[in-house]
Design a protein around this ligand. Sequence first.
Ligand SMILES: Cc1cc2nc3c(=O)[nH]c(=O)nc-3n(C[C@H](O)[C@H](O)[C@H](O)COP(=O)(O)OP(=O)(O)OC[C@H]3O[C@@H](n4cnc5c(N)ncnc54)[C@H](O)[C@@H]3O)c2cc1C
Length: 390
Amino acid sequence: MPAKRGADVLSHTQHTSYDVVIVGGGACGLAVAWRARARGLSVCLLDRGALGAATSAVAAGMLAPVSEADAGEPALVALGLESARRWPAFAGELEDVTGMPVGYRACGTLVVARDRDEAEALERELALRDRLGLETRRLLPSEARAVEPALAPTLRLALEVPSDHAVDPRALCSALATAAERAGAALHPGVEVARVIIADARVSGVELPGGERIACAQVVVAAGPWSGALEGIPTAARVPVRPVKGQSLRLRDPSGPGLLERVIRFEGGYLVPRGDGRYVLGATVEERGFDTAVTALGLWELLRDAQELVPGVLELEVEELPVGLRPGTPDNAPALGRSTVVEGLLWATGHHRNGILLAPLTGDLLAAELTGEAVVAPAFAPDRFAAVVA
Ligand SMILES: Cc1cc2nc3c(=O)[nH]c(=O)nc-3n(C[C@H](O)[C@H](O)[C@H](O)COP(=O)(O)OP(=O)(O)OC[C@H]3O[C@@H](n4cnc5c(N)ncnc54)[C@H](O)[C@@H]3O)c2cc1C
């Protein structure tokens, strides 16, 4: 997309000044824009590319707080569960106001083991979820194959997670952009923010590459894996965000839907059915900076592991090989809410593997913070990394 010139942006905006400028139009920035408009704030969202076309377009769309639960991260587990609880109403409201489907599927998830070691690990996962009070059920291979006949006969054990569902992130971002725009947010794809303007520890706007300025009282940084690189923010107020590479395959069954109903998760990957014969097979987890190359090794490992559990995957057609960069903070938990160092600076970033799951809650929490109504839990405070970045 050709970049818009700053003057074009300024001439198309109704305001010369906004309550909020959001940097980044992925699932998180768009959710914040929609929810902030609902609270009556004037909102301008700028994205240097197309809306929803970066990491959010690569996400598989699992809404999986129970499958992803980690005993060492109780606050993150609670955050994911709360966002999952909001998902049905969020999807329903989005579809109502836009008339656009978001592909929300209450399909449930099976976590499967292919050998004895994996089965033992799965038993431990089951025990952990029991301790945390999370609903899961142990399935014998025959029970798992009764509900998902495409699973290999060699399967050793399965864990049913009835409350972990899925959504189509691309459909989600399209609907969010439409909803935010209809609500009155000014959305500007193709416009880069060169820096945040901060003077006397207070935000006053953003500057575009040509030097044009958009004035605002508050800036929300929702720039995904690029959030840590935004210019103008003093070191003490920065959130260090690193890119975590994920390669994946988009597959299609030419004979239509039916191979799998549920999300299938396994050691090293997952298969997410869209319900229409399309599947996402993902994903590698690689610490390789901003590299987005598709590699033979990455694809081979994903296909090797998936076909051991779902042999029919090899019959599917390959539609696309997307690569994305998960936005990861040093503790892999998101940075949500207000900076205590710079007045008017807020963060909605670092969602790592769960930015689609967390989009509804991110939108609600940030909108509340922007209107001074709420304070996000300290576990997610953006300033918790001050010692790391100093
Ligand atoms: C392979 C893979 C699979 C995944 N699967 C799942 C899943 O199943 N479930 C789940 O919940 N999550 C999943 N994730 C994670 C999820 O994709 C991310 O957490 C989420 O998309 C982050 O959204 P975001 O809006 O923060 O970032 P992005 O979608 O990356 O959006 C950030 C935007 O900021 C813009 N931007 C950056 N810098 C500037 C600037 N200076 N000026 C203007 N614009 C700027 C970019 O152009 C971009 O559009 C997956 C990720 C990957 C890579």
